[in-house]
Design a binder for this molecule. Sequence first.
Ligand SMILES: O=P(O)(O)O[C@@H]1C[C@H](O)[C@@H](CO)O1
Ligand SMILES: Nc1nc2[nH]cnc2c(=O)[nH]1
Length: 290
Amino acid sequence: NSCCCSFEDYKLTTEWLLNQTSHRPKVAVICGSGLGLLADGAANKQIFRYQDIPNFPVSTVQGHEGCLVFGTIEDTPCVFMQGHFHLYEGYSLCKVTFPVRIFKLMGVETLLVTNASGGICPDFKVGDIMIIKDHINLPGFAGQHPLCGPNDERFGIRFPCMSDAYSKDLRRVALDIGSELGCSDFIREGVYCMVSGPNFETIAEARMLLILGCDSVGMSTVPEVTVAKHCGLRVIGLSLITNKVSLDYSREEKVNHDEVLEIGKMRAEVLQKLVTTLISRCQQQSINTH
Ligand SMILES: O=P(O)(O)O[C@@H]1C[C@H](O)[C@@H](CO)O1
Ligand SMILES: Nc1nc2[nH]cnc2c(=O)[nH]1
């Protein structure tokens, strides 16, 4: 359960990428299930397949292209992960979070994470975009935590604070952009809970998550955000509600992965607009605060 990657592994991959590209990203975007198209708006793209990058894991899930895309959004140098990694694929949390430390070593300052999740909050509708306000690390409670094992002080401290994992300023900016784009009706804020998957929730589990204070549930993001916060990155998270999680034994609908990917396509255009505007404002904000 402790980290399987040494500092030299991270350095090797970082140096390989820095030698292969002249891009020097300031913002990294992790594209969740079915959301790889978020990279489409970038200019001057340079694309690497995960399998060609030393030490990088590869994507094994449908809807995760497995490409690292460097490019610029309105002059902001960015890197997009088209596909991320999950515990349920059999990866250790060290591998799941490997790219985040690479981004840090490459000079990234802000991490924008996206994912697909099931709505637990009864008010949420399919197609809502939830700005992540906070999270519950359910696997972490059971010792499946990316920071278990010897702490490497070159990345961060032994006991990092997580009470402000998601930047308040960036959440405000995202809300403002949502209203400028006329999307306020389907932009929410809420608490994301990570479970390991790969099965979707039983009704009893879903009811438990509601009582625990979760607004949505998914199978990713929390490890990456935890490692990002540990190494000092600013984080903003967007979760697309792709289905309502059943809380009621009388409901007949059954969730499946195709439906999750389908809703991603449905919201592609607005999500892309939100993400690209957010990236350019992130950078302006960063310039103004430094
Ligand atoms: O964006 P992620 O990868 O968190 O998407 C969720 C969790 C599973 O990977 C998938 C299940 O449909 O959706
Ligand atoms: N655990 C979980 N992950 C999801 N990803 C997309 N929808 C869901 C869901 O309902 N449950």
